[in-house]
Design a protein around this ligand. Structure first.
Ligand SMILES: CC(C)NC(=O)[C@H](Cc1c[nH]c2ccccc12)NC(=O)[C@H](CCCC/N=C(/NCCC(=O)O)S[C@H]1O[C@H](COP(=O)(O)OP(=O)(O)OC[C@H]2O[C@@H](n3cnc4c(N)ncnc43)[C@H](O)[C@@H]2O)[C@@H](O)[C@H]1O)NC(=O)OCc1ccccc1
Ligand SMILES: [Zn+2]
Length: 240
């Protein structure tokens, strides 16, 4: 605990577990996980988009609406407080905006954002139209809007499986991990690459690695300390 408080340069890596206590389902949790009902390949992949863009657009609009109706939890708030008094970089796999709504600055959304759609043809950024009526079911099909510049289909601003990560976002995350003396790994199962490789990079760069997760994960053996607790309980205790 004290070493954490003395750290001068902190990098926090977050996954879906960070937002679980805000009511946002994680991906893999057996009971409530998003992937329980859907195969990621069908929805979070270029193939899925080509096969049925209305289903994919509807699903991302449904998730965006869930996030808009959710609030940051005590874990998000604690990180924002910590960032106000120490050098804390946040790199997240999450496509929600709960870190920002807690008042924190996010260095890198390596897997994109639900609120940054863009044209699948010309790549132009598109407005996230929160007024558009949101689907009430996850599998409700909604036709994606057309790009005002080229008429192409507007796609979700998330990075799909098989797609490379935005270079700047990846380099920022990797750079922050290499420069840190303390790296927190919060609420991730450590299954999706290349993000799941960051704790090992942190360790090889000499940082102290602390995992906050109620259960063992694929990256637990990279951690010097494993706190079997939740984000909304562990982070406020650390930052207090
Ligand atoms: C499944 C996996 C094996 N596949 C991959 O990793 C693939 C392929 C691959 C590349 N390199 C590899 C190397 C080895 C094997 C495979 C690969 N990676 C890619 O395709 C990446 C792109 C991956 C990005 C995909 N997009 C997402 N999200 C956006 C979309 C969307 O959101 O819809 S991934 C998405 O799933 C992942 C879910 O993981 P977690 O966040 O960890 O969530 P999960 O539910 O799994 O776990 C939650 C954890 O929280 C804990 N928890 C629960 N409650 C709490 C609580 N309250 N507090 C704390 N913790 C809690 C639980 O115990 C649990 O441990 C996140 O990354 C999330 O962003 N692109 C790429 O590499 O491009 C170049 C390339 C391409 C092809 C081939 C080679 C190279
Ligand atoms: Zn376009």
């Amino acid at each position: 605990m004290d070493s954490a408080r003395e750290a001068s340069r902190i990098t926090v890596l977050t996954g879906a577990g960070m937002s679980a206590e805000s009511g946002i389902a994680t991906f893999r949790d057996a009971q409530s996980g998003l992937w329980k009902d859907f195969d990621p390949k069908d929805l979070a992949s270029p193939e899925g988009w080509l096969a049925d863009s209305d289903l994919v657009w509807g699903w991302y609009r449904w998730r965006a609406e869930l996030v808009r109706r959710s609030e940051p939890n005590a874990g998000h708030m604690a990180l924002a407080r910590w960032q106000a008094r120490a050098h804390v970089d946040i790199a997240t796999q999450n496509v929600d905006d709960l870190h920002e709504r807690a008042g924190a600055e996010v260095l890198s959304h390596v897997h994109g954002s639900l609120f940054e759609p863009y044209c699948s043809d010309c790549g132009a950024r598109a407005q996230f139209d929160s007024a558009a009526d949101a689907p009430t079911q996850a599998d409700q099909r909604v036709p994606p809007p057309e790009c005002p510049l080229c008429g192409g289909l507007i796609r979700p601003g998330a990075v799909w499986f098989g797609e490379s990560l935005p270079e700047a976002a990846w380099e920022a995350a990797e750079g922050a991990v290499r420069a840190a003396d303390l790296v927190l790994v919060v609420g991730t199962s450590g299954v999706v690459y290349p993000f799941a490789g960051l704790p090992a990079i942190a360790r090889s760069a000499g940082a102290t690695v602390v995992e906050i997760n109620p259960v063992e994960t694929e990256v637990s053996d990279m951690a010097d300390h494993r706190w079997r607790t939740t984000a909304a309980v562990g982070l406020p205790a650390l930052v207090a």
